[in-house]
Design a protein around this ligand. Structure first.
Ligand SMILES: [Zn+2]
Length: 70
């Protein structure tokens, strides 16, 4: 059974720091999101990390689960 990939929080923190987010954390009400899911081979890279509203984030993942993508 393949090992489930988990987000590399350190990498994400570094990416957000480079983008100017204080302490490498998204602002209140926002979260870091992988555009291409890790489960689909997405990586913890600047191109694949986006900071989006928590409400939007929840909706995206709800839709993905509904489609059976994660
Ligand atoms: Zn996400």
């Amino acid at each position: 059974m393949p090992k489930k990939r988990v987000a590399d929080e350190k990498k994400i923190k570094g990416i957000l720091e480079q983008r100017g987010y204080k302490d490498g954390k998204p602002p209140r009400g926002y979260e870091a999101h992988h555009i291409k899911p890790l489960a689909a081979g997405g990586k913890d890279t600047p191109e694949n990390i986006r900071v989006i509203k928590t409400s939007t984030h929840r909706r995206i993942h709800k839709n993905r689960r509904a489609r059976g993508d994660e």
